[in-house]
Design a protein. Structure first.
Length: 202
């Protein structure tokens, strides 16, 4: 597949060293502390997109921390879809293509994207692939994470990733920080992966 790099060039998507580590450590319930510009979000966007165009009845949801990033992430997925290196008659057809949703009716699959402060996807349907991006910066993570954990089946995937954003305060502790501390202590369901800045080739 073709993606756009940070220098605005269209390039073939090959895993970089950090993404290879991510790939080799996937468990289905992944908590990821990362440096910026390692390709963590791109890695999971591509995995979610692949699922909705190759697996029937699949719902993929991505939640980012701010509106600008939300729009950029979905634009990145559209960029990949538009440039799939296959004939148009073989490419899964889009029936609904809005600023928040891409629907593939022949597969009955949907790719949703939303912002942490706004609930743009329904609460009833199962979520087979969930990516929470920059969770340490979400205003109230429990409002999204608590119901989402109930909607992701055991064989589904849930990935929460973020650059660090401190411990928070006693009155408003940082939920992502708390989750990382629990994982470091071996508590809970999350597999913790830490990706330092020196994995970035440049």
């Amino acid at each position: 597949i073709i993606i756009e790099d940070r220098n605005k060039n269209d390039i073939v998507f090959n895993l970089n060293p950090a993404q290879e580590i991510m790939h080799d450590n996937l468990t289905g319930r992944d908590l990821r502390v990362k440096a910026s510009q390692l390709g963590s979000t791109t890695f999971d966007l591509m995995r979610g997109y692949k699922k909705v165009i190759t697996e029937r009845n699949t719902t993929a949801v991505v939640v980012a921390h701010e509106e600008f990033l939300t729009q950029r992430l979905l634009a990145r997925v559209r960029h990949v879809h538009d440039r799939l290196p296959i004939p148009d008659n073989k490419k899964p057809k889009l029936a609904h293509n809005s600023s928040y949703e891409m629907t593939f009716p022949s597969l009955r699959s949907t790719f949703y994207i939303g912002t942490a402060g706004a609930k743009v996807f329904g609460r009833g349907e199962p979520i087979h692939f969930f990516l929470g991006s920059e969770v340490a910066f979400w205003p109230d993570p429990h409002k999204i994470l608590d119901p989402t954990e109930q909607r992701v089946p055991l064989d589904g995937e849930m990935i929460l990733e973020s650059t660090p954003n401190g411990e928070g305060t006693e009155r408003e502790p940082n939920v992502f920080y708390q989750m990382v501390q629990e994982a470091l202590n071996g508590d809970g369901i999350w597999n913790l992966l830490q990706l330092p800045w020196w994995l970035e080739i440049e």
